[in-house]
Design a protein around this ligand. Sequence first.
Ligand code: 5GP
Ligand code: ZN
Length: 136
Amino acid sequence: MQCIFCEIVKGSVQSYKIFESENFLAFLDINPRSKGHCLVIPKQHYQSLLEMPEDKIFGLFNVTKHVANKIISKLNAKAFNICINNGKDAGQVIPHLHVHIIPRYGEDKDVAIEAILPVKEELKNKLVEIANILKG
Ligand code: 5GP
Ligand code: ZN
């Protein structure tokens, strides 16, 4: 299977790398939603977070925090969103697990990532029912 992010890991596709370790890579997104928008990926191909072994997940978030700190200090970002789209129905286009880090500069202040989906009023009175399903 041809995977563009695996090609980036191999170096056969060019990217603007900003961090690299033995198991992880961070590079700029080619369609930036803000200055410094980048993607953190495991070098190994996992389709989504659910495929990644538990003991590797710490590393992924550790690198995410490290890169986010760089963005805050070097680009003077005020805040940042992190986002993982898991699966096509969640908007995942590249089927290689990646964490988006989207720096925020106070420009689109009122836009939280969850604002892309409107609040579903009809679910507000089903919270008990849903919590009970998930608790079990
Ligand atoms: P997804 O929707 O799968 O969570 O996001 C995939 C992201 O990868 C998109 O934001 C897209 O701009 C980015 N992307 C797709 N192809 C490439 C590429 O070849 N290089 C880089 N640097 N980013 C890419
Ligand atoms: Zn891949």
